[in-house]
Design a protein around this ligand. Structure first.
Ligand code: UDX
Length: 449
């Protein structure tokens, strides 16, 4: 099928590349001509394992191209996927300006029947609005379909090529059937529904996953006080098939471009119809507090943080990505600097992006490797669970530090690893893992939030 993807962000770029990989003729369109130039020059603007190779392969096969030419991209396509950003407005609501512009752009260039499929995460009712905008500007026939995207950064290609399910929301059986056919090589689990339900499925899924994370983080906080181990608790819960084991990893909370934005948007969507989504409001509040538990643990172990040297491992919101949007590291480093601590930070790939968002921050020393960030530090905070951090020998890390506090914000290390060194080790909801202190007799209980 001839497909055009509008927007070469995470969703548009990865989806476009994957649909070319399964044999479709794909055009990726973006207004940012500098980005198109970089893509055509073989440079990939995001860090996503495997993406560069797939782009090179499919471009060479002639079934993938990048362009800023709106007219030819719309005219040549049978189906056009809207994959533009929906950033948050100050109210929490999604900003639909890019979506509306894409709808106008499509309408003005149409030369016959088109399927307009929305992959961007949009509030319930947005696809109806897209339909109205297009209908006002063209006489050509078209159908609007909601086809939400569930890919995760870091595993975006595998998620797109092997999705758990495909949701197709449409009031046109023909358009739905064509898109079902397009997706059939990826999975048999294709669900057809109406447009508004499809829009809601995306928000409800993200809100539910965010709820799981905040739930297990609260359980972790209680585990610290009662002397239980949250990793065992999560494992025990996960064996119940009604609960499932995934997204029960306690830590410093969720970040990224989706969960924070989509939870706030859903609270706002509910508010717009006079419904207070109390549960989700708490999920957001718990998540915000969870990242600052790192600060409490630092104060517990070091006292005053002014003048203390703190090493940070990990700036990305999760491993295998250079994305730092809503990363807990932004708040934590900000809080450390506000308390007068000296910060030295390292991330395998995200430092440049972090500095672009955080600002120059001359008081932070940006390090070349993990050991460099540990050098002469009073405490180390692991904020992103990059596999390379787990593989480090902790005695070697301790040897270069000034004091010996390790705060593991992602529960990466095992008892064996921790006990090889003489570290004062803190993790999340695992008071008995090991290290010098806190110990079973001196639980880390009673942290003040
Ligand atoms: C998420 C959704 O998973 C995806 O379906 C949607 O399309 C976009 O949003 P993504 O933001 O890429 O994907 O990352 P994800 O792997 O879901 O992790 C989100 C955040 O939650 C990360 O900060 C991660 O560290 C955190 N997380 C995840 C936990 O703290 N505990 C967990 O058990 C799982």
């Amino acid at each position: 099928m001839k497909l055009t993807f509008i927007g070469t962000g995470y969703v548009g770029l990865v989806s476009g590349v994957c649909f070319s990989e399964i044999g479709n003729d794909v055009t990726c369109l973006d207004k940012d001509l500098a980005k198109i130039g970089r893509l055509n020059g073989g440079e990939v603007p995001i860090y996503e394992p495997g993406l560069q190779e797939l782009i090179a392969k499919n471009k060479a096969l002639g079934r993938l191209r990048f362009t800023g030419d709106l007219s030819s991209s719309i005219r040549s396509a049978e189906a056009i996927f809207i994959c533009v950003g929906t950033p948050s407005l100050p109210s929490g609501e999604a900003n639909l300006a890019f979506i509306e512009q894409a709808a106008r752009d499509i309408a003005l260039e149409m030369n016959g029947y088109k399927i307009i499929a929305t992959k961007s995460t949009v509030p319930v009712g947005t696809n109806d609005k897209i339909r109205q905008i297009v209908a006002q500007l063209t006489q050509h026939p078209f159908d609007v379909v909601s086809i939400p995207e569930f890919l995760r950064e870091g595993s975006a290609i595998a998620d797109t090529l092997h999705p758990d399910r495909i949701i197709i929301g449409s009031d046109s059986p023909d358009a739905a059937a064509k898109l079902a056919e397009l997706h059939r090589p990826l999975t048999e689990r294709i669900m057809l529904t109406d447009v508004r339900s499809a829009e809601m499925i995306k928000y409800a899924s993200n809100a539910f996953l965010a709820t799981k994370i905040s739930f297990i983080n609260e359980i972790a906080n209680i585990c610290e006080k009662v002397g239980a181990d949250v990793t065992d608790v999560a494992k025990g819960m996960g064996h119940d098939r009604r609960i499932g084991p995934s997204f029960l990893q306690a830590g410093i909370g969720y970040g990224g471009s989706c969960f924070p934005k989509d939870t706030n948007a859903l609270i706002q969507i509910a508010g717009n119809v006079d419904y207070e989504f109390k549960l989700l409001k708490s999920v957001v509040e718990v998540n915000q507090g969870q990242r600052f538990n790192i600060m409490t643990k630092l104060r517990h172990s070091l006292g005053e943080l002014g003048g203390k040297r703190i090493g940070i491992w990990g700036l990305a919101f999760k491993p295998d990505t250079d994305d730092v949007r809503e990363s807990p590291a932004l708040d934590i480093i900000g809080a450390l600097l506000a308390e007068g601590a000296e910060v030295q930070a390292y991330d395998p790939v995200a430092t440049a992006n972090f500095r672009a968002i955080f600002g120059q921050a001359d008081e932070v020393r940006w390090c070349e490797d993990a050991l460099d960030a540990a050098r002469s530090a009073d405490a180390l905070c692991l904020l992103t669970d990059w596999p390379a951090f787990k593989a480090l020998a902790l005695p070697e890390v301790q040897a270069v530090m000034r004091q010996n506090v390790l705060i593991d914000g992602r529960n990466v290390y095992t008892s064996e690893q921790v006990n090889e060194a003489e570290l004062r080790y803190y993790s999340v909801g695992r008071p008995h893992v090991g290290g010098l202190s806190p110990s079973a007799s001196e639980p880390v209980a009673g942290y003040e939030r």
